[in-house]
Design a protein around this ligand. Structure first.
Ligand SMILES: C[S@@+](CC[C@H](N)C(=O)[O-])C[C@H]1O[C@@H](n2cnc3c(N)ncnc32)[C@H](O)[C@@H]1O
Length: 391
């Protein structure tokens, strides 16, 4: 994370342009922390200043970080020179931090929502791990478009590298929690969903991929005759999953034990060596589901005066069954402008974001909060909380 330490900052008046950066405003809290909003290369982001015993730490802000680390390095260098900082430590020179290699098949959720188009049938693998099964299927079925979901970053990079080496152009990989991802898919649009050797989470069942909610969402997104294919070595997980499947009124299930598969994954090899049983549950969808309105961004449709919010502000946490809100702190720019910092959404995929209160508008920053079910509910909690504190 680019940062520098200084024992003095000569703070200018904002807004001010210096070097390649436009510094728009400074917002401060009562804990000796400030956020400076920067505009550069058509992107906006914050740099953060923290007061320390021996001076200040000036660093990139994680929540609003720009698309390239060089932008924030440049902003920090411009800020250092603008404020005549005497620097005692720094890692903001361009050569010191390498931009991460970008892999062609690694996509983000924005790409998936706005740009992903295919005429091919779509198959999804959830938690592909070492990717053996996903890569095998993609090679074998060039006429199918594969989406691989994984939340373990090293696995994503490893499989992305393999896709480049093997020149596979029918895979896109996403670092996204599968339980929420399905919300972004059209009804009756997917041919097969593989969930192979999911983590059983015996001690943290709320983290399991399979649940009756997840199965219902699979049924919605699967084509007629499309399949959800669960493979597990854990009898406990198999029993649990059967209970979840059977909560649904009608469904066609196929069960098998120790069925041979075309390709054995890394986990499967391990369990086979230990002579463990392997269980398969395959659900075949028979339903045509109603069309689903696709997810859009969330925004505020009413104004709150920052002055009122500031006067009545207290940090707050509200935990609900499938969503939560944590209002973490407040920063003042001027009497009627400021920022609050929140995290909210589903515990499986929380959003950390700022809410910017300007004279004539309130908006999320960064402005990319997707209207998932959990985010919508959390946004409603936030607006209800704002109404309550300003009344
Ligand atoms: C036990 S490994 C199995 C990997 C692979 N399927 C195999 O058979 O070798 C389970 C994988 O699921 C991933 N995972 C767990 N929960 C997930 C979720 N909610 N969404 C996407 N991936 C998840 C984990 O990061 C892990 O890599």
């Amino acid at each position: 994370m680019p940062n520098f330490k200084t024992n003095s900052i000569v703070m200018p008046n904002f807004p001010i342009k210096f070097g390649n950066s436009m510094f728009l405003y400074k917002a401060s809290n009562n804990k000796g922390e400030s956020l400076i909003k920067v505009s550069q290369n058509s992107e906006e982001f914050f740099i953060q200043i923290k007061a320390k015993d021996d001076g200040f730490l000036v660093k990139a802000d994680k929540i609003s970080s720009p698309s390239q680390v060089v932008f924030v390095q440049q902003a920090l260098r411009d800020f250092r020179d603008l404020c005549q900082c005497s620097v005692s430590f720094s890692n903001i020179e361009p050569q010191k931090i390498q931009n991460k290699k970008r892999y062609r098949v690694l996509k983000d959720i924005e790409f998936f929502i706005n740009k992903f188009i295919t005429k091919k049938e779509v198959w999804i693998e959830i938690g592909f791990g070492s990717g053996r099964h996903l890569l095998h299927q993609a090679k074998r079925h060039p006429d199918i478009e594969f989406i691989g979901l994984e939340i373990h970053k090293p696995s994503l990079v490893q499989v992305a590298k393999q896709c480049d080496i093997q020149e596979l152009d029918n895979i896109c990989l996403l670092d996204y929690d599968a339980r929420i991802f399905l919300e972004f898919l059209k009804s009756n649009s997917v041919g097969r969903i593989f969930v192979h050797f999911p983590v059983p989470w015996d001690k943290k069942p709320h983290r399991r991929v399979i649940s009756s909610e997840f199965i219902k969402e699979c049924i919605r997104v699967l084509k007629v005759d499309g399949t959800l294919e669960l493979r597990t070595d854990s009898q406990k997980y198999f029993d649990y999953s059967m209970e979840e499947f059977l909560k649904l009124d009608t469904l066609e299930l196929n069960l098998s034990k120790n069925r041979d598969s075309d390709i054995s994954s890394k986990y499967e090899d391990r369990w086979k060596k230990q002579e463990k049983n392997i269980y398969d549950i395959s659900l075949k969808n028979a339903e045509i589901s109603p069309k689903k309105e696709m997810i859009k961004k969330i925004s505020f449709d009413e104004l709150f005066k920052f002055e009122d919010v500031f006067d009545n502000f207290q940090t707050t946490v509200e935990n609900k069954k499938d969503h939560f809100l944590h209002v973490e702190g407040i920063y003042k720019i001027s009497k009627n402008r400021g920022i609050i910092k929140v995290s909210f959404g589903a515990s499986a995929k929380n959003e950390r974001v700022f809410v910017e209160f300007l004279e004539d508008k309130i908006s999320y920053f960064p402005d990319n909060i997707l209207a998932t079910r959990a985010n919508k509910k959390a946004h409603n909690l936030l607006t209800a909380w704002l109404k309550e504190i300003v009344k």
